[in-house]
Design a protein around this ligand. Structure first.
Ligand SMILES: Nc1ncnc2c1ncn2[C@@H]1O[C@H](COP(=O)(O)OP(=O)(O)OP(=O)(O)O)[C@@H](O)[C@H]1O
Ligand SMILES: [Mg+2]
Length: 353
């Protein structure tokens, strides 16, 4: 991340277009704003456009504005977001979600740095720095023809990849301290984090990146047992981590007295075996979610019956022919069914009597 800050210092006071990339929650918006506040345009507006949130048919007029009478309902001239960002920065978030038509239009805008309003003829010069951001794999999107390669080269003047939080663990505690101070002040608390919580914070995988860390610290401040809840969450993750290793050990177990060696050949046998293994695997998954698999693997005893919630059990039962007998019997016994079979149905009112 230090490398990124040095690039930011280098490019902030230029007007170079920047492409920010990185997983969700790593801090792309944060970096975009940092570039703006370090640039000569800091006195101007920072206009954020979420390309995924605006309906495609409205986006063009939102970005570039429209003239009066350009389409039904265009009663007045409207300035677009590019014009609103005059003298400042326009931040195009989730740029990979733009439709191909708008990508073509944006390409021309970024090429000539001027645009025209919808329904207008005049050319308006852009006076804003463009920063684009995405958490999508643009190379794959280009290969699938979902993102234009020429637009990629237009926005990718300076590319900044913000790394996931798990790859910059040295930043976890300083960030946590910053969030702790912020939320203590905001919610009028004096919460301090225990050494155990700090250890959990540094070890946690942080799939949701800085956003997840921010929310975890917020919960620790707001909830009476926020630290306890996070400890349980972290312990759950830690327990799940060796699960796959444990499951592999179980799957690879050598034949023993309780486990006869596999018979050679027999396609039907193999298919049955695979089905049994599949059923066992789903049961294991369920049992494991209760933290039982690890114990079972360690003690080499069978996995206990799955403690799945009733609805999940119902779904599993759908594959078990024995389990169908009871509901079918209930149906046969139901009064309506009996009435139907014995012909004791409600007599229909006959007309014209
Ligand atoms: N270096 C940082 N210092 C303080 N807060 C940060 C930092 N990086 C990220 N944050 C905070 O983390 C949260 C998520 O960051 P941000 O919205 O910038 O992520 P993002 O990469 O744009 O995510 P998405 O792809 O989902 O839009 C925000 O509340 C932001 O303020
Ligand atoms: Mg964002």
């Amino acid at each position: 991340m230090r490398a990124i800050w040095s690039v930011i210092e280098d490019v902030a006071d230029t007007d170079a277009t920047i492409l920010l990339r990185g997983e969700s929650g790593v801090g792309k918006d944060f970096v975009g704003r940092a570039v703006h506040t370090r640039s000569a345009r800091r006195g101007g507006p920072f206009v954020k456009v979420n390309c995924a949130a605006i309906p495609a048919e409205l986006l063009e007029s939102e970005l570039f504005g429209h003239e009066r009478g350009a389409f039904t309902g265009a009663y007045r001239r409207k300035l677009g977001l590019f014009e609103c960002a005059r003298g400042g920065t326009i931040y195009l978030d989730e740029i990979a979600e733009l439709s191909l038509t708008l990508q073509a239009k944006l390409l021309h805008v970024l090429q000539d740095f001027c645009f025209s309003r919808v329904g207008g003829n005049g050319s308006i010069a852009i006076n804003a720095r463009v920063i684009a951001a995405t958490n999508r794999d643009l190379e794959r999107a280009m290969a699938r023809r979902e993102f234009r390669e020429d637009l990629y080269h237009r926005v990718n003047v300076v590319e900044l990849r913000v790394p996931p939080l798990r790859e910059r663990r040295d930043e976890i505690l300083p960030l946590a301290a910053e969030f702790l101070a912020r939320f203590n002040e905001r919610y009028g608390r004096q919460k301090e984090l225990s050494a155990e919580s700090l250890a959990h914070l540094t070890e946690y995988p942080w799939a949701g990146n800085v956003r997840e860390l921010e929310n975890v610290v917020r919960r620790m401040v707001v909830l009476a047992d926020g630290e306890g809840a996070f400890a349980a969450l972290a312990a759950g993750r830690a327990k799940r981590a060796p699960r796959s290793a444990g499951a592999r050990v179980l799957a690879r177990r050598e034949p023993g007295p309780d486990r006869p060696p596999r018979r050679a050949g027999g396609g039907a046998d193999r298919a049955r075996g695979r089905a049994r293994a599949g059923a066992l695997e789903s049961r294991r998954g369920l049992a494991d979610s209760q933290g039982q698999l690890q114990d079972a693997a360690q003690q080499d005893r069978p996995v206990p019956p799955h403690p799945a919630p009733a609805r999940t059990r119902g779904a599993l039962r759908a594959f078990d022919p024995d389990a169908w007998r009871v509901p079918a019997w209930n149906l046969l016994r139901s009064a309506r069914w009996r009435g139907f079979r014995t012909g004791r149905r409600r007599p229909r009112a006959r007309g014209g009597g």
